[in-house]
Design a protein around this ligand. Structure first.
Ligand SMILES: *Cc1c(COP(=O)(O)O)cnc(C)c1O
Length: 383
């Protein structure tokens, strides 16, 4: 294979995670699988058909380029919603192909209406309202104008959703702000009820809000990180565990990242390893060179800090992480050979390198470290 490392995606873990999510939301709430950021690094082309095979039929993306990739790779009539950037010809393409999208300002609403007239199909829109995140969303002061434009053009508009996004549902410290957002969202709901607008979906919840604020489920949730078997943060996990000690089959990591030892050699004591002088051998050292570096998503801040697994042993990254290579200390691994497997993220024997530890050591969010995995690394589905 033409690659220096491989990412494996576990089918059985995904099945378990989807079951977990379905249990949390019940039967009457739709699960929208968020696959922005190249399916959080898992690879849209690998992940989407796999999720479809477990009945997932709704995918949320950030932008039109991601929507196109999902559209081209999906095997079913799954729906797609663009939650962020889409403009111009892409907006027209979306309407032609019945792809849904968030609308958070008058420019996009007007464009959607004009393209709908041109294409001869309704624009399937989700009205995203501002409730306190202060990112995208209609302001409360715009509600009357918004309602009028919709009413005047209802033959061009499909009201697919009314939605908002919480500003950090994963942290207890944000609870007052999120509760205020829930309240503000209720006001928006009443406003539209009074206007007799019927939205197909009312949705606000990401992974953390799904777990923490069941009152905010509406009839759809937009779940990203948890379906990949990762928790939004440590706090969300601890709280869930404390409140639900009996729950088995918790979300399980899908992803394993592996490579091999490209070169093995002995370096005498009192030598520097690699660029510069950040690592000095205290004794004779067997080093292994692994063909993975920051260019592939192995953060440079893991220099002299990262841990990887070789033959069931946890070994250290020594020296600086390079663009395409890193060096590990193999002194404690018996019978180590060139070509031996190196686990960068995942399990080997009884040992595990979690995305959490990988992220913590490199001062990244787990979200961040997985979305930085190079898109060119092959993704392979395993049991
Ligand atoms: C990313 C995102 C989500 C999913 O968030 P997770 O924390 O990964 O579950 C939901 N909604 C919007 C608008 C998002 O941008």
């Amino acid at each position: 294979m033409f690659n220096t490392s491989l990412i494996e995606i576990s089918r059985s873990a995904l099945r378990q995670n989807i079951e977990f999510i379905r249990k949390q939301i019940g039967e009457n709430v739709r699960f929208c699988s968020v696959v922005k950021g190249n399916a959080y690094g898992h690879g849209i082309e690998s992940y989407v058909p796999l999720a479809e095979s477990y009945g997932v039929n709704y995918f949320g993306v950030f932008s039109s380029d991601e929507a196109l990739r999902v559209f081209q790779v999906k095997n079913t009539d799954a729906d797609i919603v663009v939650m962020g950037m889409i403009e111009g010809d892409e907006l027209k393409w979306a309407i032609e192909n019945e792809i849904e999208f968030f609308v958070f300002d008058i420019e996009r609403l007007n464009d959607a209406i004009s393209f709908s007239k041109e294409v001869g199909k309704k624009a399937k829109i989700h009205i995203e309202v501002e409730t306190g995140m202060n990112r995208t969303g209609w302001s409360w002061s715009e509600r009357v104008e918004l309602a009028e434009v919709i009413k005047d053009n209802i033959e061009y508009i499909g009201l697919y959703g009314l939605c908002t996004h919480f500003a950090g549902a994963e942290s207890l410290s944000n609870m007052p702000r999120v509760k205020q957002q829930i309240e503000n969202f209720e006001k928006w709901k009443s406003f539209f009820q009074d206007e007799n607008f019927a939205f197909r979906y009312i949705h606000t919840a990401c992974s953390a809000a799904m777990l923490r604020y069941p009152e905010a489920h509406g009839n759809m949730v937009r779940v990203g990180i948890l379906q990949y078997g990762l928790w939004p943060n440590g706090e969300t996990f601890v709280e869930f565990r404390a409140k639900n000690p009996e729950v088995e089959n918790l979300p399980k990591r899908l992803l394993t990242w592996k490579s091999t030892i490209m070169q093995l050699k002995h370096v005498p004591a009192n030598e520097y390893i690699g660029y510069g002088n950040s690592y000095y051998t205290p004794k004779n050292t067997i080093i292994g060179v692994v063909p993975v570096g920051y260019g592939h998503g192995f953060s440079r801040s893991l220099s002299n800090l990262g841990r990887v697994l070789v033959s069931g042993h946890r070994v250290s990254v020594i020296g600086l992480v390079n663009m395409n290579a890193l060096v590990i200390n193999l002194n404690d691994v018996p019978d180590v050979k060139k070509g031996d497997e190196v686990i960068l993220i995942g399990k080997q024997g009884d040992m595990d390198v979690s995305i959490g530890s990988f992220s913590d050591l490199s001062h990244q969010l787990n979200y961040e470290s997985i979305t930085r995995l190079d898109q060119a690394i092959p993704r392979q589905i395993v049991e």
